[in-house]
Design a protein around this ligand. Sequence first.
Ligand code: AMP
Ligand code: MG
Length: 354
Amino acid sequence: MKTEVVRIDPARVSGAAERQAIARAGEILRQGGLVAFPTETVYGLGGDAFDADAARKIYAAKGRPSDNPLIVHIARREDLERVADGIPEQAEILAARFWPGPLTMILPRKPEVPRETTGGLDTVAVRFPSHPVARELIAAGGGFIAAPSANASGRPSPTLAAHCIEDLNGRVEMIIDGGEVGIGVESSIVDLTDPSGIPTILRPGYITAEMLAGILGQVRTDPGLIGREVRPKAPGMKYRHYAPAGRLSLYRGEGDAVDRILRDAVIKMAEGKKVGVIAADETAGRYEGRGFLVYPIGSRQHGEEIAHNLFRVLRQCDADGVEEILSETFYEGTLGEALMNRLEKASGHTIIDS
Ligand code: AMP
Ligand code: MG
């Protein structure tokens, strides 16, 4: 298959050429094809959410296990009722406050949504994104677009169209290049179907536990997120994710981590490995001039910068052929939890305390 790449400036979605491109992309979706597109979190790989075949194509294009459900994207708040049943008041409250935006809600599934889309589950994940290109595309494609992240399964999520091209060229009909995404980590996922009635965070993101608790009162974080042994609730939690090809190790512990990284980098280089170090802007200078690659990822003063750069830096390590990636850890700030959740998974939970 030939993949068409079209550039759409998010600031100009109502221009004539842009409208034409979006209409063509919408037509592809309506006919059961796949389109990768930018959202405010990461790039998504979209197909018609009501079309079981489109869902199968998404799994095939990504190489994703078919029990790992897709998120249904809508472009109007009132469309939630078309895919979800028995919508609790909590969902109305969250939608009013955070939609459109980077929040996904798990709700009981309407029977019209094929099980292929929900990975066989009786619940459905729904999000109303704020990105102008995403909103126009969803509407043009019929209003209900199933979309996981537009990466090959297991690889770091795409934050640039170039990442989608790298992973999906020849496997999808179209890739819409809307430039670099803003947030850089996937949406927060909150499960509203727990019998206890307590909203449960299945994936941390830009919308934090504190923000959710501030509005709903009680929320909890799924134990599967913290330990590794618990049976995961979001099927996606059980698979290795976001991982670069090189071996990633995370170094925890204040200033000491820098010394430990420096020591280990030297050892690994002596073993003949190509080494890369991921560091905050504040400490990046301490690693320079020692024969390994250094990837400054952003300032600790601005956690959103680090989140924004995370997946791009992991992919750059791959492009540079790095075999051993040693990374500082970044737990601070409102995005710290989301960021470290991705990094810990990418490392297969290889965390070294110094
Ligand atoms: P991705 O779009 O690649 O971020 O993948 C979607 C994420 O949403 C995966 O981690 C899924 O496991 C999760 N997800 C989608 N639908 C459900 C659902 N019905 N219940 C729990 N998790 C879900
Ligand atoms: Mg993903």
